[in-house]
Design a protein around this ligand. Sequence first.
Ligand code: UD1
Length: 438
Amino acid sequence: MSDTMLRIERSGALTGSVEVAGAKNAVLVIIASLLLPRGKSVLTNVPCSDDVGQMMQLLTALGAEVSFDKETHTLTADTSMVCRSAVSAELMKKMRASVLVMGPLLALMRKAEIALPGGCVIGSRPIDLHLKNFKKMGAVITMDGESLTASAENLHATTLVLDYPSVGATENILMAAVLTPGTTRLVNAALEPEVMDLVCILKKMGASITIEAPATIRVEGVTELQAVHHEIMPDRLEAGSLLLAAAITGGDVHVVNAHAYDMDVFLLKLEEMGHTIIVGEGGRGIRLLATQNPKAVSFKTSPYPGFPTDLQAPTMAALCLAEGVSVVEELVFENRLVHVRELQKMGAQISVDGNKATITGVDALFGANVIASDIRASCALVIAGMVAKGVTHMSGIHHWKRGYDALEVKLRALGGHVEYVEPSCVLPQDLTTIQPVK
Ligand code: UD1
């Protein structure tokens, strides 16, 4: 694992225009979906992140020919030769999204042999909802230690009800259902914009899918699907992070390709903090003009269209300097407040009770040596570092590289002081936490 760190220095007000990359949470499942048709599919606007590299390796291990042009952000996958149904534990452990090959493999090969997936340490993250519903579709699941085999001679369509609108379970079941004869109704489905991007590519492939109220996805199974071209949607989570970077530094940033209508509750909270949000025609493009006196706001994370859990940590970073007391409740993941400890090292005043964090705004944050514990925590710490007095060094940057495509380059272009450094280049005095002045 890399020892490289991110060095973040206090930056001026971020200003300018910026484009976000293709959505990480859409592209991973969409790469898995390319297993469904036989032939050569092409994806454009693919972010160049470590997780995309992992997903490419996974498809290759199953027999697909996959290539990626980093210059044009174009991924090509020829799945004509896919012949295997087993994924090694080594590949599965690196990323939770690996579990998303289960649905396509079950539908195509009638068998999926995987290991329990890995990923960020943000809770126990079981896959019981995936398995329970594959069983209802007729799959037989056997577990041997960490290895899991699902097999089904014939999956059958039925009505499935999710106890909780899990994004991954919705996507996995949907990919199995599109090639299962009959009508599958998935009730209490996740309807995140990234799930909708999956629905969009599956329909292009020839799947028959309709969305019905309340939160139900109806699928009429077809016998085969065609290879397609598809452009990945812009990353709303990267867009939110850039807007927060503008907000915390008192800046003015225009995210030209962000889809505002995917981010309503988050944008509402930015407005409640006192920032001005200007949305382009048709909801395309978001500009944030920061207030110099942000106010505390409270929110609870929830499935879409509620406040996204993936923006909880970066938003908390911005609330550390807001006037008043904010209360943030994490209701999606059980262990997603690990960044609090690191923000406290920077002088933030936060107390935690279970999954609830109470943040009392302070006048300043201070540079410190911090550790990123997951993808979104890494983003929160970079944002906090850009406004902290002194220098922040962040380790654990494999999380940053897993989730973002050169976000540090975009932040620099807007005036942020964020760069990779080798530990050997870090001066001893830089590694001393600057203590907040009481
Ligand atoms: C996806 C996103 C992740 C985001 C999350 C919620 C990807 C690659 N990742 O993760 O960035 O934070 O959606 O928007 O798209 N759960 C169960 N049993 C299951 C499945 C889930 O209990 O079988 C629980 C999880 O532990 C968690 C909650 O449901 O507490 C939400 O998980 P889920 O929506 O499935 O998230 P992911 O698909 O893993």
